[in-house]
Design a protein around this ligand. Structure first.
Ligand SMILES: Cc1ncc(COP(=O)(O)O)c(C=O)c1O
Ligand SMILES: [Zn+2]
Length: 500
């Protein structure tokens, strides 16, 4: 819709209007730094950073209800740069002019109510938010749109040139980084580091297809991360992991969308997020708190992080009930079907600790929880979700397993509505489904097959002299024989009766 056709009182707010002053602030020593340079850690103390807008107070002068209208009406605009995460321009990258924004169709992913059968089975109301329906088929595109738009802005305004963007990945970060970097390929080249044999074939195909340099190294994600950190400290490269605070800003859009999906009433929501490197849960908490600050929502939803028992450092940290006694300890990970979250030493842990405390404080009650699931439950709920009309990845399955666990432990109460993050598309993780069906999941996953969930193709090959093949089309008589025999066999197996 054209701007002149919107209600008069909203017209001035439709295009970005806010004059921001963005800075990096260190989570350790609270030092502040300008955003003209790409920073990942505090030059003073080495801690992680978050981005802040020093003029954020200006946004609070606009009434909350006006903000709701701004976001709702903006959905009708046909300005490409504002169709994705930058619908929330004032909150995500207010210093980036629209002409530098990269939009590849990310964000505003569907929120799908779970099938009636599935809701009845688990005993609570829930939705999947299908973040696998992003361009590279995972939520990482939200953060990459932000990080690459910022880099594109730096390049476009002559602040940097010839960027080499690098990241370590469990598969999805690299797919997203390579995709967005290849879109601005004239100025940005990308290289990704993957743990050899620890990403799915689809995930490996993605950065290769986008033309990135792909390096596989022995070990796990945490080892790749160490190499990438060394590279970013010693060489001139742009780091695209979620250590990069611009990534977090983009991922905050997930929270804003959930608020919009529920007409800005989030009081009864419990938002489930799988935790790996902990960038996503950081962004989700920060997003809801920012939306509360500008008055777009009037309360904070419950946040429930989910970790597999095979990669659970954040869960273990919060097991200690006395905050003063909590001590973060990295864990040695074991194979997990939630493979993209198989991280023992999450880079964003300091952010989680700080933000969860603030979130609970503002909520005036404990409102951030972490639950632990078994590998068996991750696989069983992942398959069950998809056999009920969903397109969840294994992490979506982990979220559902976590929600069932949270309900058992009364962390999720019966009047709450669960929103589960299916962080990637089911197809990226099809090999886990197939290993389960074939009984070939390696023992160290600790998963056994539930016969009711197994599904396999059935080959019907009638005992006939002539069968159709690419070089041997059948004559009419042979074709009739073939069709008869095959259809009788299929009808027998399906137990269907012949028409009278
Ligand atoms: C599909 C998927 N789900 C969940 C996660 C975990 O997210 P985070 O690392 O932000 O905690 C990842 C991280 O790589 C992922 O790729
Ligand atoms: Zn510092």
């Amino acid at each position: 819709m054209r701007i002149e056709n919107f209600p008069l009182e909203i017209q001035e707010y439709l295009k970005p209007f806010h004059k921001a002053k963005m800075i990096y602030r260190c989570l350790g020593c609270e030092s502040e730094f300008g955003i003209d340079q790409l920073l990942y850690i505090c030059p003073e103390c080495g801690a992680v950073l978050l981005l802040h807008d020093e003029n954020f107070e200006d946004l609070k002068k606009i009434p909350g209800q006006t903000w709701q209208k701004i976001f709702d009406y903006r959905k009708m605009l046909k300005i490409p740069a504002m169709k994705g995460i930058y619908l929330f321009h004032e909150l995500i990258g207010p210093v980036i002019p629209l002409e530098h924004i990269i939009y590849l169709g990310e964000a505003h992913t569907p929120i799908v109510e779970a099938s009636a059968a599935l809701q009845e089975r688990v005993g609570f109301k829930f939705y999947f938010k299908n973040d696998g329906q992003n361009p590279s088929a995972s939520f990482k595109d939200r953060g990459m749109a932000s990080a690459l738009s910022y880099i594109n802005f730096l390049v476009g305004t002559g602040r940097v040139e010839d960027v080499l963007a690098i990241c370590a990945s469990t598969g999805d970060t690299s797919a997203a980084a390579a995709l967005y970097a290849s879109y601005v390929s004239r100025d940005v080249k990308s290289a990704v580091l993957l743990p050899h044999g620890k990403v799915t074939p689809q995930q490996l195909a993605q950065p290769l297809g986008s033309g990135a340099r792909v390096f596989e190294i022995p070990g796990l994600f945490d080892d790749c991360m160490k190499v990438v950190e060394a590279l970013s400290e010693n060489y001139s490269v742009a780091l695209l992991n979620s250590k990069n605070a611009w990534r977090i800003l983009g991922q905050e859009s997930y929270s804003y969308e959930i608020a919009m999906d529920f007409e800005f009433d989030v009081e009864k929501l419990a938002v489930f997020v799988p935790i790996g490197n902990a960038g996503n849960i950081t962004a989700v908490m920060n997003g809801f708190m920012k939306f509360l600050e500008i008055g777009a929502i009037s309360s904070l939803p419950k946040i429930i992080g989910v970790q597999s028992e095979h990669a659970d450092p954040v869960y273990k940290y919060y097991l200690e009930t006395d905050p003063a006694k909590r001590k973060f300890m990295p864990v040695a990970v074991r194979p997990s079907a939630a493979q993209a979250a198989m991280i023992g030493n999450p880079v964003s842990m300091p952010r989680v600790i700080k933000l969860a405390d603030r979130y609970n404080e503002i909520s005036k009650k404990r409102n951030v929880f972490v639950v632990q699931t078994t590998e068996q439950d991750i696989m069983d709920w992942y398959l069950t979700a998809n056999q009920n009309g969903h397109i969840a990845c294994t992490h979506g399955g982990e979220c559902l397993a976590g929600a069932v666990k949270a309900a058992e432990e009364s962390i999720l109460s019966s009047d709450e509505i669960a929103v589960l993050d299916s962080t990637a598309h089911a197809l990226k993780f099809a090999n886990f489904q197939n290993m389960y069906f074939d009984g070939t999941m390696p023992k160290d996953y600790g998963v056994t097959q539930n016969p009711e969930l197994i599904n396999k193709p059935e080959l019907i090959r009638p005992d006939l002299e002539k069968l159709p093949g690419p070089d041997s089309p059948l004559n009419d008589a042979d074709m009739t024989k073939f069709v008869d025999r095959v259809s009788i066999e299929i009808a027998k197996r399906l137990g269907i009766e012949e028409k009278k």
